[in-house]
Design a protein around this ligand. Structure first.
Ligand code: ZN
Length: 293
């Protein structure tokens, strides 16, 4: 049986078909329709497009937001408002005549990197997505632990060991001072704009880092300190073998050198053995993880 995964985002829906051993058989993307019946139809069309007539016994879907897996509903979707309060998994399952499993994008990312990605050799994998917001999920022995709250929201705890001049920002969840309000790609660009007096592009950021620009490096150093503090908290509680990073910010190579140097300052044990590593499957990780659901 082949595996089918969909990644439902605000602007596009991506679909993938994987062989049982994880080889990519087909990959396609389409625009995300606005209204709910059209979203269902688009998902069905996309599954038919990537499966090319081959048999599959379920479809996995990843999407950002808060998901009630028991009900198969998206309780809060930051990018696809049409999904809110709809019995999405049930309705799509009826349209496809196959079971549909729904999970958060960070959970799918962590699962993908644990099964055949950067964390494939590790037993306890914590996946972190640093993008518009931040996401996180724990995978143990290539399975997602399913606690009663399906929580795993690393980004929505307060930043640990905040300094007096760490001004807490309002988080997307409504609270003040969450890790997300310091450590997302959005937060990084806000901190850069505050320091430089103007917004800069990702290319300008990369050039600034390459040239060791003092103002940009000062912002990066504080940003990486915030990441190190929040990873130290994760490591102290969960003791993962690896923390795998994904999302746009994960492309900044200096993270993988500097954060490990800082971790031991904030853990009760100075020699931290947890590795901070970059995702293997890049932007496709969530999609591949959905196929593995
Ligand atoms: Zn929050």
């Amino acid at each position: 049986m082949i595996k089918i995964g969909l990644d439902l985002g605000g602007t596009k829906i991506a679909g993938i078909a994987l062989s049982p051993d994880g080889a990519e058989l087909a990959h396609h993307r389409i625009a995300t329709p606005q209204n709910y019946p059209d979203i269902i139809k688009a998902c069905v069309d996309l599954v038919r497009h990537v499966n090319k007539g081959a048999a599959f016994n379920r479809v996995g879907i990843c999407t950002p937001g808060v998901i009630d897996q028991e009900k198969g509903m998206v309780m809060f979707s930051p990018n696809v408002p049409g999904l809110k309060d709809q019995h999405f998994a049930h309705d799509l399952s009826a349209a496809l005549s196959a079971p549909v499993h729904l999970a958060n994008d960070a959970a799918c990312f962590a699962l993908s990197e644990s099964i055949d990605g950067a964390g494939a050799a590790a037993r306890i994998v914590y996946g972190v997505v640093l993008g518009t917001g931040v996401g996180g999920a724990l995978v143990v022995d290539k399975k997602m632990p399913s606690g009663p709250n399906r929580a795993n929201e690393w980004g929505h705890v307060p930043l640990p060991w905040a300094e007096p001049d760490d001004v807490p920002g309002r988080c997307g969840c409504g609270k003040m001072g969450c890790v997300e309000s310091y450590c997302s790609g959005t937060a990084l660009h806000r901190q850069l704009a505050q320091k430089l007096g103007r917004t800069i592009t990702n290319d300008e950021l990369l050039t600034g880092i390459a040239k060791n620009d003092p103002a940009i490096m000062q912002v990066m150093e504080r940003f990486m300190l915030h990441l190190a503090k929040s990873f130290a908290m994760l490591i102290t509680i969960l003791d993962p073998d690896v923390i795998v990073l994904g999302g746009g910010v994960s492309n900044l190579e200096l993270l993988y050198h500097r954060i490990p140097e800082l971790l031991g300052l904030y853990t009760p044990f100075p020699n931290v053995k947890t590795k901070i590593i970059k995702a293997k499957h890049g932007d496709d990780s969530g999609l591949r993880g959905a196929a593995h659901l």
